[in-house]
Ligand binder design. Structure first.
Ligand code: TMP
Length: 236
């Protein structure tokens, strides 16, 4: 496999083509963004930690039968993935109230949500990722009803798998965001799973161990990511 041109530069990752039209290289950079790219800072080691964290989680999901884009780690900051046609809708599951749910509905942070909620957001920084529903996704051609049903079913299965994994490490999986794409017509999990796109709290103290440390200026961002990785057994 040969890495070729940069195809796309996101806020935290860059995507490169390869000599295989069905494969891409993801490069995890140290850039850390909040508020839809309004604030971006470089955090030492973040690219490496998130790349290895993501590889570990994607492998666990594959082992549990979830189709993912992940193929293999290529080094500290890169991995090889399948080339997906990305669906521009983000799937968010919440087990506990936090973030935008607290702001929108005025509920208390930390309220347990039973059953967990499922929400869709349009991936569009300029519009601040507005919340959308299935009829918007269908009407604007972002995804078909069948694809939406598959995304939702996969998201809830992933929640079941990861809730247990984090619980075993003494962590609460508060919420997370997933992105899906199509690989030869099949819905496959894409993008990344890391503390950048999830909320993880210590089970005993409810200490925040995810990107909220950056968003809220709490400090110790990468130290918290590394502690989560170490508790899960992610080799760094
Ligand atoms: P929210 O509370 O801001 O709606 O976010 C819910 C979860 O989804 C949280 O773990 C952060 C993640 N998320 C992203 O990573 N990127 C996004 O663009 C959005 C909307 C959410």
């Amino acid at each position: 496999m040969e890495k070729r041109a940069e195809l796309y530069r996101g806020k935290a990752k860059s995507v490169f083509t390869t000599d295989d039209p069905d494969r891409l290289v993801l490069l995890f950079r140290n850039d850390t963004s909040a508020f839809d790219g309004e604030r971006i800072e470089q955090l030492d080691r973040k690219g490496m930690v998130n790349n290895k964290f993501n590889a570990f989680i994607m492998q666990k999901l594959e082992d549990a039968g979830i189709p993912t884009q992940f193929e293999q780690l290529l080094g500290d900051n890169e991995c090889l993935v399948k080339k997906l046609d990305m669906i521009p809708v983000e799937c968010v599951v919440r087990n506990f109230a936090a973030g935008s749910l607290v702001r929108r509905l005025g509920v208390e942070e930390g309220l347990e949500l039973t059953p967990p909620t499922f929400e869709l957001f349009l991936k569009n920084d300029a519009l601040h990722d507005p919340m959308v529903n299935e009829s918007h996704a269908q009407a604007f051609g972002w995804a078909t009803l069948d694809q939406l049903a598959e995304m939702k079913a996969l998201t809830f299965r992933i929640n079941d798998i990861l809730k247990q994994l984090f619980d075993d490490a003494g962590l609460l999986l508060v919420d997370f965001k997933l992105e899906f794409g199509l690989f030869h017509g099949k819905v496959v999990l894409g993008d990344e799973f890391s503390p950048d796109g999830s909320r993880l709290w210590d089970k005993a103290t409810r200490k925040k161990m995810d990107k909220d440390r950056f968003r809220q200026g709490l400090g110790g961002v990468i130290e918290a990511y590394e502690e989560v990785a170490q508790r899960l057994g992610v080799p760094l």
